[in-house]
Design a binder for this molecule. Structure first.
Ligand SMILES: N[C@@H](CCC(=O)N[C@@H](CS)C(=O)NCC(=O)O)C(=O)O
Length: 253
């Protein structure tokens, strides 16, 4: 659980669940889906990443990394999407989204979290997003002033100005994604859901990655079980309202 003491004190007065999130953000999709699966009422604070609405002193005062999502629950700020969904399921236990093998399920959440910066983010930026979120010189200056996280500074410096991700960055991402989706495909071989026949946070953690990567042209035909599993989400309310309502088609972002 990653709890932040915000320098933006305004959020400490919030009552109930408030979510700072982005329509196109796979990490935000996880949290929206969890809130919907659990039937929890929440207040939306939408930030448009393409307009760089996350790059403001007010928002860095809530999430010091300037990233979405951030959940505020009765004035307490939580960041890191996989930790947030685990927190929500723990704090609001009914209906439970963890099943019997909670440790096995949390391993899938940790795996999703661990590949975000080395694989998902570079793949998505290199194939689709970098040109859509290009910062002006003024925005670069503001970002440099606000961002203290060196890993994020280094990541964003790769597509700043005329820069772009290298073929090596892309190859590294592809290798990590191939390894993970091979593992996911195996887990789904005789199962409807990642942890077996029960829908859990593991499914919620991974389906936004599938959705966004499909929009980036990732070759999922190599992973038939993953494709079947993803298709089963289409009619699910949390997928419709947590993903499609906000981002109908990632390839059009
Ligand atoms: N590990 C974080 C990653 C959050 C993250 O990278 N969010 C993206 C959208 S999915 C974002 O805010 N991007 C804007 C940026 O990098 O400045 C989490 O899981 O919450």
């Amino acid at each position: 659980m990653v709890v932040i003491v915000p320098s933006n004190k305004a959020v400490q007065a919030f009552e109930g669940l408030h979510l700072y999130h982005g329509d196109i953000s796979n990490c935000s999709m996880r949290v929206r889906m969890t809130l919907i699966e659990k039937g929890l009422p929440w207040t939306s604070h939408h930030l448009d990443l393409k307009k760089k609405e996350n790059i403001s002193e007010a928002y860095f005062g809530i999430n010091p990394n300037g990233l979405v999502p951030a959940l505020v629950d009765d004035g307490v700020v939580h960041i890191e999407s996989n930790d947030i969904i685990d927190y929500l399921d723990d704090a609001y236990p009914e209906p439970s989204l963890r099943g019997e093998n909670a440790d096995g399920m949390l391993e899938w959440l940790r795996l999703a979290a661990s590949i975000h910066v080395p694989a998902v983010k570079p793949y998505v930026y290199a194939t689709r997003i970098a040109k859509k979120v290009k910062k002006t010189a003024e925005e670069e200056k503001k970002y440099a002033e606000l961002q203290k996280n060196n890993e994020l500074k280094s990541f964003h410096s790769k597509h700043a100005g005329t820069g772009q991700f290298s073929a090596q960055d892309l190859a590294r991402s592809e290798a990590i994604l191939a390894e993970c989706f091979t593992k996911l495909d195996q887990a789904l071989e005789n199962n409807a859901w990642i942890m077996g026949d029960r829908f859990t946070l593991a499914d919620i953690s991974w389906v936004p990655l599938h959705f966004v990567l499909v929009g980036c042209g990732y070759p999922f035909e190599k992973f038939p079980n993953v494709s079947r599993w993803a298709a089963a989400f289409q009619t699910r309310k949390s997928f419709q309202e947590g993903i499609l309502k906000w981002c109908p088609d990632f390839s059009k972002v």
